[in-house]
Write a protein that binds this ligand. Structure first.
Ligand code: EPZ
Length: 421
């Protein structure tokens, strides 16, 4: 398993290109199952999770061609001859569960393995099941697999999600595009990735309104046609790299960065003493003064502070002046980066879903272990500001969500390299 070695090397300077969003691409790809005609995605990110989703779609009989060095995904689901999403693939990536709605809508049946837990939480699927049952699906759990069927097809319905789950919103919207009649989904998630999915489905002929709000209305149609769609910019990759000049000093321009995708994250950067300025190529980010101020953070559904940026923000708060309180309200176990940051000299006190961080003058480089995708990159950020060398092991986690991560950091002056073990 490879490691990434990073040595604190002072202020950063230069530009970092931001890729297409992993979490948009992972819901746009299963949308190909909704039509017999080709769906082509441009601005796709080059990530291991995208390769996993490609393999899953191919296992149903779909064709997925990765073109232009992976930036274009040309997909065709003309012949679907399998409807079983195997545990071996699903356990590696929870987003595999996003094939459930499309398979049900297209074929009238699906067998999808429950993803099982992952490092950050139990990750149940009850909200997906309740919503699809409201559309007339019959879903049964047998030996770890969800057996779903809709022999008479799916029927539009009014359904309110008990929690604004991103995946449950995506599965339900995709299923409802081919249901008979009208679906009104209440307490729908509002993330930009859902807006991007709806824009793509609309290009395919779906009739949908209200995306980005808590109530989404879908008028079922008989069939969807092919389309070409650009994957929206990755707001989590963007937010992650915005924290690089914040923690290490200097000034970095994030190419393709968009302020409107960031929700509450920008206000927190401003309060912490970080300047964000729109340029014609994206966003320019720099520290306002010498010190970063401690700010409190509560993770919420969009447009609140994103849970996927909590670990990265914690790394910054470890070097801030004062004490910050970070409350993780979305996942039950998303502080595994804390013990690793403590190995670097951070002062963090975790009780349940709340972490109290008291900033220290300087972190010290140390060997640390990546435990999940966002934790891995928070350790790299901490290493940028630490004195000496930090060795982050198990970096296969970071490859899931950050393309060319070493090159992007090195491109702005970080002393960083990947070591094969
Ligand atoms: C999506 O996961 C993202 N993944 C996650 O990003 C992100 O952290 C999450 O949304 C929240 O924003 C993709 O889009 C591929 P949820 P998802 O359903 O859809 C509970 C990353 O780092 N829940 O909104 O799985 C669940 O356990 C990843 O890129 C139920 O209880 O998230 C969690 O506590 C990590 N029952 C909370 O809701 C359900 O049926 C939020 O989950 C579904 C979810």
């Amino acid at each position: 398993m490879d490691s990434i070695v990073v040595t604190g090397n002072g202020p950063l300077k230069g530009q970092i290109p931001i890729a297409g969003a992993k979490n948009a691409c992972l819901t746009l790809m299963p949308a190909t199952l909704l039509s017999e005609e080709p769906l082509t995605l441009t601005n796709a990110p080059r990530l291991s999770d995208i390769k996993t989703m490609s393999a899953l779609l191919a296992s149903f009989g779909a064709e997925v061609s990765s073109l232009q060095d992976g930036k274009v995904l040309a997909m065709s689901s003309h012949n679907i001859d399998n409807h079983v999403a195997d545990y071996e693939i699903v356990r590696k990536m929870r987003a595999s569960n996003l094939v459930l709605g499309p398979l049900l809508a297209r074929l009238g049946h699906a067998i999808v393995s429950l993803p099982g837990g992952c490092a950050i939480g139990a990750r149940p699927m009850d909200l997906h099941i309740e919503a699809l049952e409201a559309l007339g699906a019959e879903i049964e759990l047998k030996e770890g697999y969800l057996h779903a069927k809709a022999p008479k097809g799916l029927k539009g319905a009014v359904h309110e999600l008990r929690f604004a789950s991103v995946g449950a919103t995506e599965n339900t919207i995709m299923a409802a595009t081919l249901a008979k009649g009208t679906t009104v989904l209440k307490n729908a998630a509002r993330e930009p990735e859902i807006v991007d999915l709806v824009e793509c489905l609309r290009k395919m002929g779906a009739q949908i309104e209200g995306e980005g709000t808590s109530t989404v209305t879908i008028e079922g149609v008989d069939r969807l046609h092919g389309a070409t769609h650009p994957v929206v910019t990755d707001r989590i990759e963007l937010g992650t790299y915005m924290l690089a000049p914040a923690i290490a000093g200097g000034e970095v321009e994030l190419l393709g960065g968009r302020m409107d995708l960031l929700g509450a994250f920008c206000e927190k950067l401003d309060a912490a003493g970080i300047d964000v300025r729109e340029t014609e190529n994206g966003l320019m980010v720099a520290r306002r003064g010498d010190a970063i101020k401690a700010v409190d953070v509560v993770t919420e559904v969009y447009p609140g502070f994103p849970t996927d940026l909590q670990a990265q923000m914690m790394a910054l708060m470890c070097t801030a002046e004062g004490t910050s309180v970070l409350e993780e309200r979305i996942f039950e176990n998303r502080f595994m980066h804390a013990p690793e940051l403590i190995r670097m000299g951070a002062q963090i006190d975790v009780h349940g879903g709340v972490a109290k961080v008291t900033g220290v003058k300087r972190l010290k480089g140390a060997p640390v272990m990546a435990t999940d995708l966002r934790a891995s990159v928070s350790l790299i950020l901490a290493g940028l500001a630490a004195e000496g060398e930090t060795v982050v092991s198990r970096v296969y986690h970071v490859d899931r969500g950050y393309e060319h991560v070493v090159a992007k950091f090195a491109g702005v002056g970080a002393q960083i390299e990947r070591v094969k073990e």
